[in-house]
Ligand binder design. Structure first.
Ligand code: ZN
Length: 177
């Protein structure tokens, strides 16, 4: 950050009084611009024992497969964000139910919350964000071509939950690689 979003003057990196961390502080108006982790919300969307995956039409990881997920917006709940992202990426209407995973990735300042979301019908479509959208049985999941580790660990936990009849979410930290 270089300039203050309140007044447009230059910011400096300094430890404000009573704080323990460096923050961007405006030299003019004194506003402290805190930076905090971003929340990513998404769904393991499924129909008839098959999981809906999207082939990414955008960077990063263009061409690799993912579950629908993206950054939460202001003014929405976790579940509303997960539902919106699912519709934006694969045009599927879903009912957002239990949490499958909560994954902290401190290296990139993100927390991912992924929900179990059965589809309300078998309608889905490609979108500007997904060049291909397809239902996969567990044995057909393209494990070698998944876009992110979050996708891999979440899908594995989803199938494990099903086998065990469990609703316990996976709560883990992932390193940078
Ligand atoms: Zn300012």
């Amino acid at each position: 950050m270089k300039y203050c979003s309140s007044c447009g003057c230059e910011v400096i990196l300094t430890v404000p009084e009573g704080d323990q961390r460096e923050r961007f502080v405006c030299r003019d108006c004194g506003d402290i611009h805190y930076q905090n982790p971003k929340v990513v919300v998404g769904c393991v969307t499924h129909w008839d024992n098959q999981v809906l995956l999207c082939r990414r039409a955008i960077e990063p990881r263009l061409g690799f497969w993912t579950m629908p997920a993206g950054f939460m917006e202001n003014g929405e709940s976790l579940k509303e964000g997960a539902q919106r992202e699912t519709f934006e990426e694969c045009a599927a209407e879903v009912e957002v139910k239990d949490l499958i995973s909560v994954i902290s990735i401190a290296s990139i300042n993100q927390v991912h919350c992924i929900f179990n979301a059965p589809m309300l019908s078998d309608n889905f479509a490609i979108t500007s964000e997904s060049s291909e959208v397809k239902l996969f049985h567990e044995s057909e999941i393209p494990w070698q071509d998944l876009a992110f580790r979050t996708v891999e660990v979440t899908l594995k936990h989803f199938f494990e939950q099903r086998r065990q009849g469990s609703h316990l979410p996976l709560v883990i930290d992932l390193g940078p690689h």
